[in-house]
Write a protein that binds this ligand. Structure first.
Ligand code: HEC
Length: 222
């Protein structure tokens, strides 16, 4: 009778462990199946960089690894409307020489800024430029800059670094310690006191034994 009960208990425990295992495996599979990106990016359409998705790396961190030469390449997208050389003419957009750090909508040579941009005030610091270039329309609704924006943070950092090299040369902001790294650093001290306690190991053994109905759990029956 006892043996029989043990067997039943063993099988029940085994079934639980197996179900747990399946749930874990299922979870992993399910997570892995999720596509990294939903849908396809459409050329020429502004990606909705402002909302949703993973939080973007801070601009300070992106700037720390940005490439001004790549920024010069990206600036070709801007060059249809902007010059960046010292004393360059205003076109559809204002000349951008030394714009980094300059007052928003001050410009050079009396460029006629929109009221929308003039109303923003403040200075073109790195944060402001990053927000502006993500989506000019969102940053200053009603702006005259009919440019969708650069959805990739890396592209914005490259072009901002390039702009900074054209007449501004402001010191770059210090990169922020990444949030994931900070969490990692906290884990070892928190789990260290628990580690010497051998509790974790036996529980793993128990599960693996119970998972095999022919294993130790069923042995008393012989
Ligand atoms: C289709 C033309 C066009 C394109 C392309 C364009 N801009 Fe502009 N830009 C403008 C106009 C027009 C304004 C003035 C906006 C306003 O007054 O609302 C402006 C304003 C700006 C300003 C503010 C200048 C100041 O002195 O306040 C910056 C910075 C800027 N653009 C950067 C860029 C960058 C960088 C790119 C390329 C990634 C770019 N723009 C692409 C037309 C354009």
């Amino acid at each position: 009778m006892d043996n029989r009960n043990n067997t039943i208990a063993g099988w029940a425990l085994g079934a639980c462990a197996a179900a747990l295992g399946l749930a874990i495996v299922g979870n992993v599979l399910f997570t892995a199946e999720k596509p990294e990106k939903m849908g396809y990016p459409v050329e020429g359409v502004a990606a909705d960089a402002g909302g949703g998705g993973a939080p973007e790396e801070p601009i300070a961190n992106l700037l720390a690894k940005a490439d001004a030469a790549k920024g010069a390449e990206i600036f070709k997208k801007c060059a249809s409307c902007h010059t960046v050389n010292q004393g360059g003419a205003n076109g559809i957009g204002p000349n951008l020489y030394a714009t980094v750090g300059e007052g928003v909508a001050e410009g050079k040579g009396g460029f006629a800024f929109s009221d929308a941009l003039k109303a923003k005030g403040g200075k073109w610091d790195f944060e402001a430029l990053n927000a502006w270039l993500t989506s000019p329309r969102k940053y200053a609704p009603g702006t005259k800059m009919s440019f969708a924006g650069l959805s990739a943070g890396k592209d914005r950092a490259d072009v901002i670094l390039y702009l900074n090299s054209e007449g501004s040369n402001l010191p770059l902001p210090a990169p922020q310690a990444g949030a994931p790294a900070a969490t990692d650093a906290k884990v070892p001290p928190a789990s260290a006191p628990a580690a010497p306690g051998a509790e974790a190991k036996p529980s793993v053994e128990n599960v693996s034994d119970a998972a095999k109905p022919g294993g130790k759990a069923a042995e008393p029956n012989k």
